[in-house]
Ligand binder design. Structure first.
Ligand code: PGA
Ligand code: ZN
Length: 405
């Protein structure tokens, strides 16, 4: 039986230069796992709180005082045992006493340790019934950043290359090519302007929403023609960020819920969009449901802030048929056990899952294993930047071990 010999939590930096935490779990056998937790910027209001009120220093102090004594020496037949101990130490729904990021870092570290001990990759430790790793996720690759992830970009948060290819090498190649072509066109269009990248590695440019989408569509068209690979435009509106007093407030237009639904549906048809995330405020289940009825047959309609990867938030969405997919971010809900409960609920009701990074990431690769293990329809982990590429490269490695015939 595996027993926890030691457990540590340490501060590390994320890709925005902010402190987060990294957990290490070592078993009596000597097998160990280490995992860092990412942080969001456009966080949903029903998410687990990343850190206690005192930030990372309080997370570390709480870990030393309450978690380490409770965890060292316990038997660990599965990672769920550690997850249960975390919830026992902090019974709050948003984990504000120990911090959601502490929970994520320790939960993933424990699963990695168990995998190391039994010679299994993490995705096999997580694998759900009926998921054999044969289905690889599409790549949901952020190519142009706006909203809270960029200074001076469009209101819509993410302009995405959605590459639905079975082989990771093909899907990644397509998304990378879209990113390159988009950058080249931006440089051609604004030869004197400096061109930078935002928090998730997408380009940042002083363009409007529709102009950015035109550029994205053209880049997808060219990449598709050139590579003969399936890649189409996608958007993450992160609409809660510009929803105030019942209206969607863009810089150049203000829309009520119906107007927003019409705008989204128009963009979908006009620009051949296949992936839409958070087109409405995080409480707007009814708006989601109406849009899902209208466009759910031709796009992956994904709920992020509305569900916060939580069973209690997803259930009302399923009752209303609010979307056909749910974004999965482990640290929105805390532990892997909580995450898998949401994944199971989604699968039982025919909803697709998309395993996602956060805007503030660490250069870990475990997200690729989560995507494969849960049988996700998509892996959303950006295109460029070391902390994004780490996940894509891991997916490439996993893909190499698989025959696609
Ligand atoms: P976040 O954004 O990590 O800043 O929350 C990512 C997303 O909205 O998908
Ligand atoms: Zn989102």
């Amino acid at each position: 039986m595996s027993r926890i010999r030691s457990v540590e939590l340490a501060p590390i930096y994320d890709s925005r230069g902010r402190l987060t935490v990294e957990g290490t779990v070592e078993l009596d056998s000597g097998a160990s796992g280490r995992a860092g937790a990412p942080s969001g910027a456009s966080t949903g209001s029903h998410e687990a709180v990343a850190f206690p009120p005192g930030g990372v220093p309080e997370a570390l102090a709480t870990f030393r005082a309450r978690l380490r004594p409770a965890l060292v020496g316990i038997e660990l037949p599965e990672f769920g045992t550690l997850d249960a101990a975390l919830h026992e130490a902090d019974p709050t729904a948003d984990l504000h006493e120990i911090g959601g990021n502490t929970a994520t870092a320790l939960s993933v570290a424990a699963a990695l340790a168990l995998g190391a001990e039994s010679g299994r990759p993490l995705w096999r430790v997580l694998a759900r019934p009926g998921v054999d790793g044969a289905r690889f996720p599409a790549i949901v690759g952020n190519c142009l950043n706006g909203g809270r992830h960029a200074i001076g970009g469009p209101d819509i948060q993410e302009f995405i290359a959605y590459a639905e290819e079975r082989r990771p090498e093909d899907a990644i190649r397509a998304a990378v090519r879209v990113h390159q072509l988009l950058g080249e066109e931006l440089h051609r269009r604004f030869p004197k302007a400096a061109l930078g990248r935002g928090d998730e590695g997408g380009w940042v440019a002083a363009v409007g929403n529709v102009e950015a989408l035109e550029l994205l569509r053209d880049a997808c068209d060219r990449a598709r023609d050139e590579l003969h690979l399936a890649v189409h435009p996608g958007l993450d509106f992160a609409a809660s960020e510009f929803f105030r007093d019942g209206r969607y407030r863009y810089r150049d237009q203000t829309l009520d819920a119906e107007g927003q639904a019409g705008f989204v549906a128009h963009l979908v048809d006009r620009y051949g969009i296949r992936y839409v995330e958070d087109p409405f405020d995080q409480e707007a289940y009814e708006s989601f449901a109406a849009l899902n009825t209208a466009i759910g047959d031709r796009v992956l309609l994904v709920g992020d802030d509305i569900y916060c990867s939580r069973v209690a938030r997803l259930r009302p969405g399923i009752e209303r048929n609010a979307s056909n997919a749910v974004l999965i971010k482990v640290n929105q809900v805390g532990t892997l056990t909580d995450t898998l409960a949401t994944v199971d609920l989604a699968r039982d009701h025919g909803l697709a899952t998309v395993a996602s990074h956060r805007s503030g990431e660490v250069p870990d690769a475990w997200l690729a294993h989560v995507a494969l293990g849960i049988g996700a329809r998509g892996l959303k982990s950006g295109v460029l930047g070391g902390e994004r590429v780490a996940k894509l490269n891991e997916l490439l490695r996993l893909g190499r071990a698989t025959s696609f015939e």
